[in-house]
Design a protein around this ligand. Sequence first.
Ligand SMILES: [Zn+2]
Length: 537
Amino acid sequence: MIWADRLREEIKERFKDEIAQGKELVIRDEKTLSGRVHVGSLRGIVIHGVIAEILQEEGIKCKFEFELNEFDPMDGLPATLDKKKYKEHMGKPLFTIPSPDEEEIKALGMDTEPGENFPSIFAEEIKGVVEKINLPIEFYNLLPIYKDGRFNECIKDALENASAIRKIYKEVSGGEKPDDWYPLQVVCEKCGRTGTTKVTGWDGTNVTYRCEEDMVTWAKGCSHEGSMSPFDGNGKLPWKVEWAAKWKVLEVHIEGCGKDHSAAGGSRSIAKRISEEIFDYPNPFDIPYEFLNLGGKKMSASKGIGASAKEVSDLLPGIILKLLMMRLVPNRPIDFDPTGKTIPNLFDEYDRLSDHFFKRHREPDEDFARSFKLCQMDISKDPEDIWQMRFSVLSFVLQMPHLNLLEEAEKLKGSKLTEEEKNALEERASYVKAWIDTLAPEEYKFVILESTPNDLEFDEEQKIVLEKLSTALEKAEWEGEEIHKTIHEVKTEADIAPKKLFQPLYEIFLGRKSGPQIGWFLSTIEKEKALEMISSA
Ligand SMILES: [Zn+2]
């Protein structure tokens, strides 16, 4: 059983009463929109999304709500933006900050229009990425929930229980909060910042506060002192308290989080206790997950590939992107090196999984078949069995200007391609082509040599078998399967290790020790030229 199904069983057990009552289970995740969303965040999105899909698959009512957080204060700036220009905005809620202009958007590596405010361009970008994976996600914004007063009760509870919350912080993480600390930050009536305000008192109706000049290093307050209601969006809970409040307000049942929050003494443990002890709401079903490590970072940066979800999603079709994010159990890190073998390996893995799903494999494995099903864009129906060209072959064909992709595909398949197969081929080809042009390592680059290299060194055995092969091929019909058969016959007759025959062939034609499937490969070269090159070796 794969991880997602194991989790489903645990979820069904924990929420059996709710499910029996036909209650809708709420799955939640979030992202603060202070910059482009990092590719690592996609892992959480896919994990939660897949859980939603497989619960729905069994007819269990659920929804996956994804929060676009535009109310957090700006506490850091994407590296390409001008620190001086944004200095005045530091500490303000993100939604009050104007959108980056066209030039800044370009510097961020994005190609969108300026939006209605700073976070909106990042919201649109991540929505686009998620659309590509087609998960059942409902997006919502945080601010309206505050404005509608839905957090009011939790804000009141937090203020009333300030000392209990301080105690939880201390017991869980050892972090001391001063005795006069209140778990709330209001929006300063004078400068509009939330990141710099400190609540100094609470009388049951209003809070008093001071906008501190030096409370944080990343923003300067205006020193204003005032008093106001903390409700209806005037104030914001600090995030560990807010996290717990969101669970209660949105009635969250299932919410995982990244390793950074899951560690002992980390924010999840704090939010859990606040939820249970202050808000009287159970800790949602947790799914701790590991990071996604972007390898070849320097190299990819020099090739213009950044670490954003959008940039990585541009490298892969939706299905393969989803496979990347869900192929491992959540507690194992994902290593993704766009400049290495990860991309070809992912396509190959997808094809291998399909062999299990469609029972082309001699011993079909249920877990592999299930993984194949779950990375589809619509898991409610079985995928169609279509012919696909392997990544390595496709990358080879695309590098051979004399070859026609569709013709080679039909040769390899042995019959005409269906419309669906043609579409799949074209989609795959567009990604593979972009990969060859930008990221492909040298070992995936092929050029057919004009003539046989003259520095080849073969032993006697190899020389004899090449000669035999040349004679045998002369009689063969120049077609992949036939060439393949002939080569194998010569090899068997000469009783030579396959490598000792195949390697010289690749060296003769490609100047390297390996290459695509040999029979088909030779068929893409003119017979006369091929025979001449083998003979002169
Ligand atoms: Zn202020």
